[in-house]
Design a protein around this ligand. Structure first.
Ligand code: NAD
Length: 466
């Protein structure tokens, strides 16, 4: 599928939701269009010559500011891809009730081809270009990591921004996904994968939705295919296998797949990738790749890139439940084919919203300049201790040690982040499931989610007279 059809796919689901909402065409048009896309070409002297790079920052909607969205490093990015991703960010933030507009950025680069110090120079220069136009700014435009970027690039960006704005007290809030030592927040790196876990757990609490897949009512023991063992795919696979007793039977990567019907040891496979640069050579490795998406399994988690399920393979997919951990892994045509076949899809802008949710917490932490839980933790400890000793005194029995430790582990930053993330993911799934089940004209969860998101953006525009 061409890149431009990714944007068309997002717009098609928008159009379907718009029709069902019955909003006026002019308002829908205003919401749908991408407000602006900045394309910059800049040079960096590397390896003895000037190398020219192309960067993008697209702002889809400024109904809330700052606008928010990751920065992707990939060799073949283009304007349509960045605009599609920016639009998804608007709907994602609206669905999760996060007060941000939608944006996305990219640099057309293969990060594998550059040394770390070269990548740092390129990233710092890109940051300068964005800063000139306030396309990185704590109150207007806040990037985060995405495909090909991590906390390392975010630390360089934040540091460069701080150098350019040395007196800005809130400078560290200019990007999220930073390392903890540079103003990051506990749990951000794992957040998107953790969110995928929470959304699946919540799906299995909705018995009626599970019935539609024909699966048994428990997440425990389910067989999963995961495509892409990067940040999102690794954490989702790790938590689902280690904490929910799912079996990851297939992992698909660029160079092939690993298959093990008894369940792949995700930590071991990930260390193998870190040590060797890929999955080849791991027990169960096969050279075949994308066709494994259609292997027999209970749940399919595409967590790599867009448009991997299209009109050519949608008819072959066997898993009755797909969780879109990546952005846009299913094309619009494939989506209709899957729907007609009764396959349930939890859409990307709900399933992978864990990252932006915890980014929101990080941004608040940066603006308040205090770690979550820092003020109240010891005070809560003494209150709980007093309650526990009161109960022990009244009953004459020691308080069970397991509950004792759990209560006193209290309000650490990671506990608070996980609590806020779980609550947000559960709330979002519950709202889209309720909409889907309440109205027979709503064909699937994607349309339900889009209707909720678009309606919220529309209300926001209408309230300011647009
Ligand atoms: P990443 O770069 O950390 O990992 C991507 C992984 O997918 C890599 O291991 C790569 O080798 C593999 N891959 C790429 N193309 C592939 C293909 N065609 N077939 C098989 N494997 C392939 O990226 P990430 O941050 O994990 O992002 C993955 C997806 O999740 C993207 O669509 C991204 O936009 C989306 N997403 C990421 C975040 C986040 O917080 N990082 C948040 C929301 C959505």
């Amino acid at each position: 599928m061409s890149k431009s059809s990714f944007l068309k796919s997002v717009e098609s689901s928008f159009n379907r939701a718009g029709e069902l909402l019955g909003l006026s065409d002019d308002l829908l048009e205003k919401i749908k269009v991408v407000n602006s896309t900045y394309i910059v070409r800049f040079g960096v002297r590397l390896q003895g010559k000037i190398q020219t790079f192309t960067g993008y920052r697209s702002v889809h909607s400024e109904h809330f500011e700052p606008v928010k969205g990751g920065i992707r490093y990939a060799p073949c990015v283009d304007q349509d891809e960045v605009e599609a991703l920016a639009a998804l960010m608007t709907y994602k933030c609206a669905l999760m009730e996060i007060p941000f507009g939608g944006a996305k950025g990219a640099l057309a680069i293969d990060p594998q081809q550059w040394q770390v110090d070269e990548l740092e120079q390129i990233t710092r220069r890109f940051t300068q270009e964005l800063a000139k136009r306030d396309l990185i700014n704590p109150s207007q435009n806040v990037p985060a990591p995405d495909m090909g970027t991590s906390e390392t690039e975010m630390a360089w960006m934040a540091d460069e921004y701080k150098r350019l704005h040395p007196t800005d007290l809130n400078a560290w809030a200019c990007v999220t996904g930073k390392p903890i030592g540079k103003g990051g927040i506990a749990g951000r790196t794992e957040a998107t994968g953790r969110g995928v876990q929470y959304i699946l757990q919540e799906f299995f609490r909705h018995k009626h939705d599970v019935e539609k897949t024909g699966l048994s009512q428990n997440l425990d023991g389910k067989r999963l295919i995961v495509q892409g063992l990067g940040n999102v795919g690794y954490h989702a696979a790790l938590f689902l296998s280690e904490e929910d007793n799912c079996k990851i039977t297939h992992v698909i990567e660029r160079e092939g797949a690993v298959i093990d019907a008894s369940g792949i040891e995700i930590r071991k496979l990930h260390s193998h990738m870190t040590n060797t640069g890929g999955i080849s050579g791991f027990p169960g490795f096969v050279e075949s790749g994308p066709e494994i998406l259609a292997a027999e399994a209970d749940i399919l988690i595409p967590a790599a890139t867009e448009s991997v399920i299209d009109s050519r393979n949608a008819g072959d997919i066997q898993a009755p439940l797909i969780v879109e951990a990546a952005n846009g892994p299913i094309t619009h045509t494939a989506d209709s084919i899957l729907r007609d076949r009764g396959i349930v899809v939890i859409p990307d802008f709900c399933a992978n919203a864990g990252g932006v949710t915890v980014s929101y917490f990080e941004w608040i932490k940066n603006l308040t300049h205090i770690r979550f839980g820092r003020l109240q933790r010891r005070q809560l400890d003494s209150q709980f201790k007093a309650i526990i000793s009161g109960i022990e005194l009244a009953t004459g029995q020691p308080f069970p040690s397991k509950n004792h430790d759990e209560i006193l582990s209290g309000a650490t930053e990671i506990n608070l982040v996980r609590s806020g993330l779980e609550d947000t993911m559960r709330g979002a799934y519950t709202s889209i499931s309720a909409a889907w089940n309440a109205n027979s004209n709503i064909p699937d969860l994607r349309t339900a989610a889009m209707m909720i998101a678009v309606d919220r953006v529309a209300q926001s525009y209408v309230s300011i007279g647009i």
